[in-house]
Design a protein around this ligand. Structure first.
Ligand code: 16G
Ligand code: MG
Length: 557
């Protein structure tokens, strides 16, 4: 293609100059300080048009968010037509475009994608975009619009939405009018779909006590308010805390799912009383964790692992009750997908008590999602609270085709059908997961304490170490070990062997310029010792930068 075809691209890209910076499409897309993102997002607009054309004009989604990260960060990720994360090969294209240093290089990168993917430039292209509540969002949407228009794509701006809502509308648009129609492609359609499914199960049941929701001062606050209004307060009592999206600096600040999970304490400024039920969303409402204070006032966390076991246990019991099988009588395959961050106790509970097979993948939703698709009912959750339950076409068919011989069989089948509507099939969704948990607890009239009693978490600890070059750390075996730097894994193993129930791994973050250290052991003290010892080993021997945190331990040579 001649440079002429791209005259508008070259002209527009001059308005979005590229800073001298290397950009990486990581675990969750491009993510960094918002003021570095203008050129990247313009170029993501170009890429989104090409992706749509390569899907023969199907609509591609773009979400502008930095999730649980600080308010001054922002980010962007692309969503495939059925709501999945961007295909891996296209991540490379995204980086080629973002890092092209001159107009000529940009045109060359575009031509390379067009040739490799055999794209017909005359093909129509459609893109939808939404953003979270970050102040930098509107300007970045404008950059994206410029990019989409520079390649003559059509763009629809859905304004402020949660990340899962953007995934939902993308799938709805592309399935509208087909047998796989997913719903109305609007925010209202999303609330109605969830509310209808929830009410089918909740109506006629004794409501639980109010659920207090920390909305991280983000988009989850207005979204939950809409959802709760659509459901009606006689069937779901929610009390929303941290719902200030107007005041700068509050988003995710000392609150939200990530803060609660990492610091293992309640958000600051809330009054957590024994007997209350609490949960926290993250800044774009695709993660959720629950918690409560026990009788002595001690903070107790119910993280993604606990949600996964609750869901898997409940769905297994429904399948048994419904006697649902494939048409040929073979049982439905239920499985659970976890990452290295899953608490060891949860894995043991799933395998030994629930008797559900467990599969491990590297960190990052796309890996878990993909693996969960191999089951009829694939439950996947990261410990951080991101996850969902996927139902295969065959499973949905089984729920529909099975007649049900008794009242209880029919009720279980109806519950399974409803769950497949209630649970977001595109991506982990805090609001959908919240309703899923409520439905399970309603069905069994369980308190958070009773839910928590299934198994006891081993103490765990997550730490960060700032290093010169995190790319030197090469994880293998689903992030549980390091292939490089040479020798480091042996040193970690040597430490782990000293602790009862010790487990520890180091991996480079895909979203921040650090490496992460995870440790668990029999006691809190041992867990901290193990974590800080390994942090010290990494910092001292493998390029630690900045001030050495005093808590990091030194190992005698
Ligand atoms: C992103 C991922 C999440 C992963 C986390 C790891 C999505 C939607 N989210 O938040 O799955 O756990 O990154 O972050 O893909 P890290 O690489 O910085 O530890
Ligand atoms: Mg998030």
């Amino acid at each position: 293609m001649s440079a002429n075809t791209f005259a508008l691209v070259v002209e527009s890209s001059a308005k979005h100059p590229r800073p001298d910076q290397q950009f990486t499409y990581g675990t969750a897309g491009f993510r960094m300080k918002a003021d570095l993102l203008d050129s990247v997002i313009f170029r993501v607009g170009l890429l989104a048009v090409l992706r749509s054309k390569s899907h023969r004009g199907k609509t591609v989604g773009v979400m502008i968010t930095a999730s649980h990260n600080p308010e001054h960060d922002n980010g962007v990720k692309l969503v495939e037509p059925l709501g999945e994360m961007l295909a891996q090969a296209w991540e490379t294209y995204a980086m080629d475009l973002a890092n092209a240093a001159t107009p000529d290089a940009l045109v060359a990168a575009l031509n390379k994608i067009i040739a490799a993917e055999n794209i017909d430039l005359a093909q129509h292209a459609a893109v939808v975009v939404a953003r979270d509540t970050r102040p930098s969002g509107p300007a970045l949407v404008a950059s994206l619009v410029d990019g989409v228009k520079a390649l003559a794509g059509v763009i629809t701006d859905f304004g402020v939405m949660t990340t899962p809502q953007l995934h939902y509308v993308t799938r709805c648009i592309n399935t509208k009018g087909t047998p796989d129609a997913y719903g109305e492609p609007t925010a209202a359609g999303y609330y109605k779909k969830l509310a209808d499914a929830y009410l089918k199960i909740a109506k006629g049941r004794k409501p639980l006590s109010a659920l207090h929701v920390d909305a991280a001062n983000g988009v989850g606050a207005p979204a939950l308010r809409e959802l709760a209004a659509t459901i009606g307060d006689q069937h779901l009592g929610v009390v929303i805390a941290n719902d200030d999206i107007a005041t700068r600096g509050k988003l995710n600040h000392n609150c939200g799912a990530d803060f609660v999970k990492i610091s293992q304490k309640a958000p600051e400024g809330i009054d957590l009383k024994p007997g209350q039920r609490w949960c926290s969303l993250d800044g774009d409402a695709d993660r959720i964790v629950f918690y409560y204070a026990d009788a002595s006032g001690k903070f107790k966390l119910l993280d993604g692992d606990k949600i996964a076991t609750l869901a898997a246990g409940y769905i297994m019991s429904l399948i048994r009750e419904a006697k649902a099988t494939h048409a040929d009588g073979t049982p439905l395959k239920v499985g659970l997908v976890q990452t290295a961050y899953a608490n060891g106790s949860s894995t043991a509970y799933v395998r030994d008590t629930l008797k559900v097979p467990v599969v491990f993948t590297p960190t990052g939703v796309k890996h878990l999602h993909h693996e969960a698709e191999h089951f009829d009912v694939g439950v996947y959750f990261e410990a951080n609270g991101h996850g969902t339950v996927l139902f295969s076409k065959a499973a949905v068919k089984a729920f529909e085709a099975t007649a049900g011989k008794s009242e209880s069989e029919r009720a279980a089948l109806e519950a399974l059908r409803t769950l497949s509507d209630l649970i977001n099939q595109t991506v982990g969704d805090a609001l959908s997961d919240m309703l899923m948990v409520e439905v399970v607890l309603l069905g069994t009239q369980q308190t958070l304490e009773a839910w928590d009693a299934g198994y006891t978490d081993l103490p765990s600890r997550q730490e960060k170490v700032k290093v010169q070059n995190r790319a030197l750390f090469v994880p293998i075996k689903a992030d549980t070990e390091l292939a490089e730097p040479a020798g480091l894994q042996d040193k970690i193993n040597e430490q782990v062997a000293k602790f009862r129930k010790g487990r520890c791994f180091v991996r480079p973050s895909g979203t921040e310029d650090i490496v992460r250290v995870y440790a668990e052991a029999e006691t809190v003290q041992e867990t901290e010792d193990l974590a800080y010892t390994v942090c010290g080993i990494v910092f001292d021997g493998y390029g630690g930068v900045g001030e050495r945190p005093a808590k990091f331990k030194r190992v005698a040579a």
